[in-house]
Design a protein around this ligand. Structure first.
Ligand code: 7RM
Length: 646
């Protein structure tokens, strides 16, 4: 618990500057009023829904809560693409940049709201032409190109929930997600660019679609121009279809609870969960938080570096930002290509004013050296954000000093795929920040630190983070698995949401998030289940048994360590190690590759046969004394795992 102690010793406090506070969308007074109003969450969020969104039909009731099932904005009708595009295209913003896109090779495209309006309608018509109807699922497996945002918005226009599969996932992962959601169409690209080389995506789609009975058609964006096979009768090119499509498609008037998207995320079993979000509540949550937390203004150039394949990209590259009529920057590639200063170069060239990234990236930049940011004019920046994992105070201070020139507020935002939008965060004009703390709940959000029994723990003791009231962006379920939804999130305590994170509060009521307390690892801000990696490993013919744990890592937060018992007669060595890395890449994707594979002839187990992960974690960390071993069946295994003699 040493890290917790050192965090709680963190005494530095940063106050919002008067200059920032003067111009903020939500000043101190507004925040005070909203906090008060937020004590009645339904009323507060109803006000936000009316103020920040355009509705075709007003809702009659803010919340219908039959735990654990919530319906927000009952009776209301709206359309997400209308809110993100039409209402701006019909205003003076018509010729304002909606998306500034930069490809890794350096090519760029700027798409105005007016142009986005036409493109979205055209692609909505393309989808309709391929037989996609309201309620049908569409899988998007694409690199970071503007067509991805266009495809998302086109789906929302016709009420077809999208399921985005991050381009780093394997064909097998794509196939499983397509099948779980029963998607009718996949939209993809021939490939994308990564570290200066094109990578292919369409062949993965072809491989996946050998076993996806629900898929009727695929659409491929030409990005790299690499030779690409197209299957007659199933595969069409984006540019061919768009060339023929009409640019008029009225937005569907959708119920506030109409499914908006499914996004798969890792849990404690081997099977990822399809997190379901719906229309009115989600859009209210992300639009309101983006406006208040990032202080979005019409003059801003906002850049969130997340890939759209993750929830951060859904909520704060696309929906929450465009709904506010702001300009969003999208970058295709690697942070350090062609040089370690690519990000700072982008900020300088486009005049980025708001920058939202992950602690892993910040730690990487610290290691690369201050000369890279210092070689660029970053004076356009006025606000910085952090997301995805706890930010260590050292990284926070560096971010503040080297990137923010000590004048930019930092918003450390805690939230999850399941919460849809930001839950715990500073408000830049109103909340003093402490390096390493996500500070306080957003108005209208209610959280606590509870023990196993559901009693609130006294500060500064640690416990489980809990969300005690429903909120508009909350997940509405796990696709096709009501039971798992109830069990995973709502069964630890009564009518209270269990996020799976450990946390503390200090004497000022500030939240300090300590990280996952379940079998989910957070590697570079991406969630990967230990069970997923284990299932991948044991599916290899040479593996008898495997256990996977996370080990703290200076850069990625957590590194994956695998303990593997080979089958009898199989040589444990470099060849097997390489084969297993390739196998995990094929089964899940490169992001799930263990950093360290340790071969062992036994795994530590309890007498009832449970693998003792805590003990493996201690061993992976190289700790001298390991935790409680009283339940261990065979103590000599500890010495063996460490490579000591018995
Ligand atoms: C947005 C996102 C969710 C998990 C969550 C936490 C961790 C995210 C922070 C954080 C400390 C933060 N969604 N997490 N943000 N921990 N401080 N500001 O990352 O579904 O992919 O991951 O990430 O453990 O439960 S996610």
């Amino acid at each position: 618990m040493a890290d917790i102690e050192s965090l709680l010793k963190e005494k530095r406090v940063f106050k919002p500057s008067p200059e920032f506070a003067r111009q903020a969308n939500w000043n101190k007074k507004t925040v005070r009023e909203h906090r008060k109003a937020g004590e009645k969450p339904e009323r507060f969020w109803a006000r936000m829904a009316k103020e920040n969104l355009s509705w075709f039909t007003p809702f009659t009731k803010a919340l219908d809560w039959k735990p654990p099932f919530a319906k927000w904005f009952v009776g209301g009708k709206l359309n997400v693409s209308y809110n993100c595009v039409d209402r701006h295209a019909e205003s003076w913003r018509k010729n304002k940049a909606a998306i500034i896109w930069e490809g890794e090779p350096g090519d760029t495209r700027t798409i105005t709201y007016g142009e986005l309006h036409r493109e979205v309608q055209k692609f909505a018509n393309v989808l309709k032409g391929l037989g996609v109807k309201k309620g049908d699922r569409v899988a998007l497996y694409m690199p970071m190109v503007p067509e991805l945002a266009i495809a998302m918005l086109a789906c929302t226009r016709i009420g077809a929930p999208h399921s985005i599969v991050f381009g780093g996932f394997s064909a097998d992962s794509l196939r499983d997600r397509i099948n779980d959601a029963g998607a009718k169409v996949v939209v993809t690209a021939d490939g994308g660019y990564r570290r200066g080389v094109p990578f292919a995506l369409k062949p993965m789609v072809d491989e996946a679609c050998q076993a996806t009975p629900s898929i009727a058609a695929t659409v491929t964006v030409k990005r790299t121009g690499e030779p690409t096979e197209m299957k007659a009768g199933r595969d069409v090119w984006w540019h061919d279809e768009m060339g023929k499509a009409s640019a008029k498609c009225a937005p569907a008037r959708l119920d506030a609870e109409h499914p908006l998207f499914i996004l798969y995320t890792s849990g404690t079993t081997g099977k990822p969960k399809g997190i379901l979000h719906t229309t009115g509540g989600y859009l209210t949550h992300v639009t309101t938080t983006a406006r208040a937390i990032f202080d979005l203004k019409d003059e801003d150039v906002y850049w969130c570096t997340a890939d759209i394949g993750w929830i951060t990209g859904h909520s704060y590259v696309v929906y929450g930002i465009l709904a506010n009529g702001a300009t969003t920057v999208m970058y295709e590639g690697t942070p350090t290509y062609p040089g370690p200063d690519r990000f700072w170069d982008i900020i300088e060239r486009w005049g980025v004013t708001i920058f939202y990234t992950a602690p892993t990236a910040i730690r990487t930049f610290i290691r690369l050296g201050d000369e890279h940011p210092k070689g660029h004019d970053l004076s356009s920046l006025r606000l910085l954000g952090s997301v995805g994992e706890p930010i260590n105070p050292e990284a926070w201070i560096w971010y503040n000093k080297i990137i923010g020139n000590r004048k930019c507020p930092i918003v450390d935002t805690w939230w999850q795929t399941e919460t849809g939008g930001i839950m715990i965060t500073p408000l830049p004009a109103a909340v003093d920040t402490k390096p390493g703390s996500a500070t306080k709940t957003f108005p209208g959000i209610h959280a606590a630190i509870l023990d196993e029994e559901g009693s609130e723990v006294k500060p500064p003791d640690g416990g489980f983070l809990a969300i005690t009231r429903p909120w508009p962006g909350m997940l509405r379920g796990i696709w096709g698995d009501k039971q798992r939804y109830k069990e995973t999130y709502w069964s630890k305590w009564k009518d209270t949401y269990f996020p799976g994170d450990g946390a503390h509060r200090d004497k000022d009521g500030y939240f300090w998030i300590m990280g996952r307390i379940d079998d989910v690892m957070n590697v570079s801000g991406h969630r990967i289940g230990t069970m997923e990696v284990e299932s991948a490993l044991v599916s290899h013919p040479d593996v008898a048994e495997a256990a996977v744990v996370g080990r703290p890592d200076e850069i990625t937060g957590t590194a994956i360590v695998a303990f593997v018992t080979p089958r009898g007669g199989v040589d444990a060595g470099e060849t097997l190690g390489k084969a297993l890395l390739a196998h995990v890449t094929k089964e899940i994707g490169a992001i799930a590759k263990p950093k360290d594979i340790r071969f062992t002839d036994v795994l530590p187990k309890t007498r009832s046969g449970k693998i003792m992960r805590r003990l493996l974690r201690d061993i992976a960390e190289g700790k001298e004394s390991v935790g409680d071993t009283t339940t261990l069946e065979d103590y000599s295994v500890v010495a063996k795992l460490r490579g000591e003699e018995e």
